[in-house]
Write a protein that binds this ligand. Structure first.
Ligand SMILES: Cc1cc2nc3c(=O)[nH]c(=O)nc-3n(C[C@H](O)[C@H](O)[C@H](O)COP(=O)(O)O)c2cc1C
Length: 375
């Protein structure tokens, strides 16, 4: 079968990258994307090859107008080194980070594993971060074109009952440079982090974050929306309490989901028992189920960003119908390369046209109503 032009380059690059250890391949890719980001001519070439071919399919989420529904999920550009290159690829939003207030190395290597047979990955990076000051320096060095999300976390050495200090200080530092900010309390690789999803911690944490946001809004004369990123491994009562809290604290969005600590029985890869968070195809169903449960509870009062195992336009559509207003991808970008954005957006655009609608939101609304009636 003929390889389409937007897939051609990666069909040569991927076998070379996949021969390397996963983190080495990541470092090499990021070094190249960083170089491209620093030279406007190269960024423009990247855009000519990839971004320009992605059709417009506008969506609004958190009050922000995204030119298409596909963004880059957090964790790939942890230190804000390649925002222009990722935008040029066609992502309508790039979530950088997780950034921690102080620099920290993360866990020992190896800490990223490709589960080839399962089209998944396991990582236990543990918030390796150059720290917020280096992150901001990197942002200042490149031109910002597109929607910049900044995902913040806590340092491993900060006790869990002091976590709010890290989140508030990171939020204050990145506020001026962010189009939206994500509070990440769901990585499985920082000890006790996910305990912050418990009602007893979360109420207080969300209050402190909203208070800091209100102060920043006054200083910077600009409202920056805030999202909360959750794990797919929550029990139903935890989902209920988180939904109540994001509504009562007026968060702008909920990002569902981060990686899972579960190991579905269907996994085939030898590496599936590695410790860490599982992402990609084996996460898809759990993440979609989580979105659906949150959507039933949030009832549009807080928007949902859907992420977890999206590989095709059909996967993307499933997440939108389950309740997502906007989408992100990570693992399939590693497997399929930059052509993925075009494939998903083009596929969604065809669905909208086939259903006789002029906007994605209208097509999704109709499909949600239909799904509700048949439940
Ligand atoms: C190697 C790797 C590193 C990640 N690092 C972060 C991170 O720093 N912060 C975060 O919120 N999510 C992180 N994630 C989770 C992704 O943002 C995403 O939520 C998850 O991988 C599910 O999406 P996917 O199946 O499309 O990969 C990471 C995922 C991977 C694979």
């Amino acid at each position: 079968m003929l390889i389409p032009p937007h897939k051609l380059m990666y069909s040569f690059v991927r076998p070379m990258l996949f021969r390397l250890d996963a983190e080495r391949a990541h470092d090499l890719t990021m070094a190249n994307l960083e170089r491209i980001s620093k030279v406007p001519f190269l960024t423009q070439q990247m855009n000519n090859i990839y971004g320009r071919c992605v059709p417009d399919l506008p969506v609004t989420c958190m009050g922000l107008d995204f030119k298409n529904p596909v963004g880059l999920a957090a964790g790939l550009d942890k230190d804000a080194r390649a925002f222009p290159a990722f935008s040029a690829i066609g992502f309508s939003g790039v979530e950088m980070g997780t950034v921690t207030p102080q620099p920290q190395p993360g866990n020992d290597k190896p800490r990223i594993f490709r589960l080839l047979e399962d089209e998944g990955m396991i990582n236990r990076l543990g918030f390796n971060s150059g720290g917020v000051e280096a992150f901001l320096e990197n942002i200042r060095r490149t031109e910002q074109t597109g929607i910049a999300g900044i995902n913040i976390g806590k340092n491993a050495s900060t006790p869990i009952d002091q976590a709010h200090v890290d989140y508030v200080s990171a939020l204050q530092r990145v506020y001026a440079k962010a189009d939206y900010i994500t509070v990440n309390i769901s990585s499985p690789n920082t000890k006790s982090l996910r305990d912050l999803q418990n009602e007893s911690y979360l109420d207080d944490l969300l209050l402190k974050i909203k208070t800091a946001q209100a102060k920043c809004q006054k200083v910077h004369k600009r409202a920056v929306p805030i999202a909360l990123k959750v794990a797919p491994d929550l029990a139903d009562d935890e989902i209920e309490s988180i939904a109540e809290l994001v509504i009562s604290h007026q968060f702008d969005a909920l990002i569902a989901t981060n990686t899972t600590i579960a190991r579905p029985e269907s996994l085939k890869s030898d590496l599936s028992e590695e410790v860490g968070g599982l992402s990609g195809a084996p996460l898809k169903q759990a993440s979609t189920d989580c979105i659906r449960k949150f959507y039933d509870l949030l009832q549009g009062k807080v928007q949902i960003i859907g992420v977890g195992g999206i590989k095709t336009a059909d996967d993307a559509w499933e997440k939108l119908v389950a309740g997502a207003d906007y989408l992100q991808v990570y693992t399939q970008f590693i497997y399929q390369g930059p052509g993925l954005v075009n494939d998903i957006v083009t596929g969604l655009q065809s669905k909208v046209a086939d259903k006789g609608h002029s906007s994605l939101a209208a097509a999704v609304d109709e499909a949600r109503e239909h799904a509700n009636r048949s439940r």
